[in-house]
Design a protein around this ligand. Structure first.
Ligand code: HEM
Length: 146
């Protein structure tokens, strides 16, 4: 994992007031309207929590124990919220779309590749924290998020 490229690229697109993650939720709800009702909180609050989560993961990329403990717990909470495997692909796609939009011409394919890898790894660890029955894709198909 290219920690330096992840950090540099996040710095490039990390707007004040969680602007990146606010834009991320706009894109997510536009492309995948079926997931919108899952979110109960104000988008700004949610965006700030997601920003903190992303920065914390980057801060601990070399700390496998931290990643496992925290992302398994976060995964478990997401299982109980009804978040399914295909939704992680949707989230990664929309996060990278927001980053690429904000980064403009400075955003490179290498940055996209680095974030695809990182968000894929985070999703894998979160899904490892799920109870076995919660990873079925049927629920996602029903919610239209697949
Ligand atoms: C990169 C993967 C993800 C990360 C790092 C992440 C992070 C977070 C964090 C930090 C929270 C705050 C609440 C808590 O700690 O329990 C949260 C809540 C939540 N997440 Fe995620 N999440 C991810 C993927 C997803 C996906 C794929 C979905 C489904 C579309 C999703 C849906 C939700 C919902 C519905 C909540 C609760 C919202 C509420 O309370 O209103 N998350 N997430």
């Amino acid at each position: 994992m290219d920690k330096q490229l992840l950090e540099e690229s996040l710095t490039l697109v990390d707007l004040p007031d969680s602007g990146l993650t606010v834009r991320f939720y706009d894109i997510l709800f536009e492309r995948y309207p079926a997931v919108k009702p899952m979110f109960q909180r104000d988008t700004r609050v949610q965006a700030e929590m997601l920003r903190i989560a992303v920065v914390s993961v980057l801060d601990h990329l070399e700390d496998a124990e931290w990643l496992t403990t925290n992302l398994h717990a976060l995964g478990k909470r997401h299982a109980s919220l009804g978040v399914t495997r295909p939704m992680y692909n949707a989230v990664a796609e929309c996060m990278i779309a927001a980053m690429s939009e904000i980064g403009g011409e400075s955003w490179t394919p290498a940055m996209t590749a680095a974030w695809e890898e990182a968000l894929g790894a985070v999703a894998t660890i979160m899904l490892d924290g799920y109870p076995d029955e919660a990873t079925s894709e049927t629920a996602a198909e029903e919610s239209g998020a697949a």
